[in-house]
Ligand binder design. Structure first.
Ligand code: FMN
Length: 484
């Protein structure tokens, strides 16, 4: 990440950014800081860059030309300019949009940012019109100049640049993620001024400590920032994933949305039987694999046990690099009919169960970057909804596709290896395996291959070699993750 700062006081920026964690990041090259002194671009022999305001009044105004020249000296060197685009240029002003955590995450996705710091009464409006892309305020108060505000932004953004925080630092609970404040911290000694460290922290019981911290964080937010708690939106990930590919992709996306998702495994039959009701102030991520271009056909339609109350949802159709066809549209329709508003959709590529080559190693680093971008976009959509309600998105595909016959896959069963542990019977998502004979009922089976995945003795397998040949001769070219 490259930060360019246009300022009359470069040392103010240099001093703060080159210290502590951001200083370490500059040294290791994770972030780059480039300050430009606007005064160097004055054409006045006294190096003046300000003048009296037209129309009278107190204070001085920074002139357009030196600011323009300073900006141009940076712009021509930016990666954006090389791609024929306008670079992102942030002007720090109390008139701007108030800086928050979503903005931090969004700006951290950029390769480079220009900050323009004003002084005196401000900068000639005409040069702002030609340079600035974002007007940002760090709070409702006035500073003597933009430098401290730019430093604050650079600090917050740098924390989200990969590699700036150590693994340990970044795995920490984040105040503000999920709109919750952090729990209280304690270190040695165990008793100080007669005050004891809460007992639970001394037990070493990890799950209990986690629960206590979560409770404390909610309590603290309620007491100190009830306005934030209002914005907290628990995320549930309801997924169907016989061989875990969809689950892994859904978990990765959920990790960019929240620190503590609730995982609801709809692959388990019992979890599809009970009705689950969602409040408006929640978020559902519904994830399923693509089978023949649509949702896997289970007896009670997938997601039919979920009920929303105008609850926003994201749909994820994970597929093996052929195509997702109608699946996203179909999921949106099912959930819409059950009281959800679909505010986003994503189709990640995952390993194809019938080919070792299609989707191998996906989601990869690039896919995760796209998911991160999508998560930021979702957060922005949720914030915007505060003003005018959730907006349903439109999606490609047929929302009510006709039934498709899928050719069954040849299943293999090595009886001599089977110990009759019944794992395949219990874990079959559609109850297609007989408890007594262990035979598969092909009229119920969805060919998901979970039975071969869960068999510890390798007594179950399948032969999809013909399908693999067809897939590999037509769909080998890696597809990009798409989102809407
Ligand atoms: C019966 C069946 C049909 C499939 N059809 C498609 C398809 O049409 N397009 C595609 O890209 N992947 C298809 N796949 C691959 C799956 O979407 C996915 O890669 C994986 O097999 C299932 O995900 P899971 O690991 O979450 O169970 C199919 C898989 C199965 C088992």
């Amino acid at each position: 990440m490259e930060f360019h700062v246009l300022t009359l006081f470069p040392e103010m920026i240099q001093n703060t950014v080159n210290t502590s964690i951001t200083g370490r990041a500059v040294k290791s090259g994770k972030i780059r800081l480039h300050t430009v002194n606007i005064r160097d671009f004055s054409d006045n022999k006294h190096m003046r860059v300000d003048d009296y305001p037209y129309g009278g009044g107190a204070g001085m105004v920074m002139q357009a030309e030196p600011v323009w020249r300073a900006y141009e000296s940076v712009r021509v060197k930016t990666m954006a300019a090389q791609k024929g685009k306008r670079p992102r240029c942030i002007y720090l002003t109390p008139q701007g949009k108030v800086f928050n955590q979503t903005m931090v995450e969004e700006l951290a996705l950029e390769e480079e940012l220009i900050f323009l710091c004003g002084h005196y009464e401000g900068i000639d409006e005409r040069v702002l019109e030609e340079t600035v892309t974002d007007y940002v305020s760090i709070g409702d108060y006035v500073l003597t100049g933009g430098e401290l505000a730019a430093s604050v932004m650079i600090d917050a953004i740098s924390r989200f640049v990969p590699g700036v925080l150590s693994n340990e630092e970044s795995a920490q609970f984040e105040s503000m993620q999920d709109h919750l404040l952090e729990y209280p911290h304690y270190t040695r000694p165990e008793v100080w001024h007669g005050k004891e460290v809460p007992q639970v922290l001394l037990t070493g019981a990890h799950a209990k400590v986690e629960m206590w911290r979560r409770e404390q964080s909610i309590k603290r937010t309620k007491e100190r920032r009830p306005d934030l708690l209002e914005k907290n939106r628990p995320v549930t990930v309801a997924y169907f994933s016989p061989t875990d590919g969809t689950r892994k992709a859904a978990e990765a996306l959920a990790g960019f949305l929240t620190q503590s998702p609730v995982m609801l495994d709809l692959t388990r039959r019992k979890n599809r039987k009970q009705e689950i009701i969602f409040k408006e102030k929640e978020l559902l991520l519904a994830a399923a694999p693509v089978y023949g271009g649509q949702l896997p056909k289970v007896r009670e339609e997938l997601f039919s046990n979920l009920r929303g109350n105008g609850t926003p949802c994201i749909v994820m159709a994970a597929y093996g690099n052929r195509h997702y066809d109608d699946t996203l549209a179909q999921m949106k329709e099912i959930l819409r009919a059950r009281g959800f508003v679909c505010i986003g959709a994503i189709a990640p590529v995952i390993p194809h169960i019938f080919s070792e080559k299609l989707g191998a190693g996906r989601p990869d680093g690039k896919d995760l970057e796209i998911m991160k971008r999508f998560a930021v976009e979702i957060k922005k959509r949720i914030e915007r909804a505060g003003e005018d309600g959730f907006r349903e998105i439109s999606l490609p595909g047929n929302s009510k596709p006709g039934e498709k016959e899928l050719k069954p896959v040849k299943k293999l069963f090595y009886k001599e290896r089977c110990t009759n542990c019944q794992a395949c019977v219990q874990k079959c998502p559609v109850n297609a395996i007989s408890i007594g004979t262990l035979e598969i009922d092909e009229s119920v089976c969805i060919n998901c291959m979970r039975c071969s995945r869960v068999c510890r003795q390798n007594a179950r397998a399948f032969d999809a070699s013909q399908t693999a040949v067809y897939l590999e001769s037509n769909y080998l070219k890696p597809r990009e993750v798409e989102f809407f």
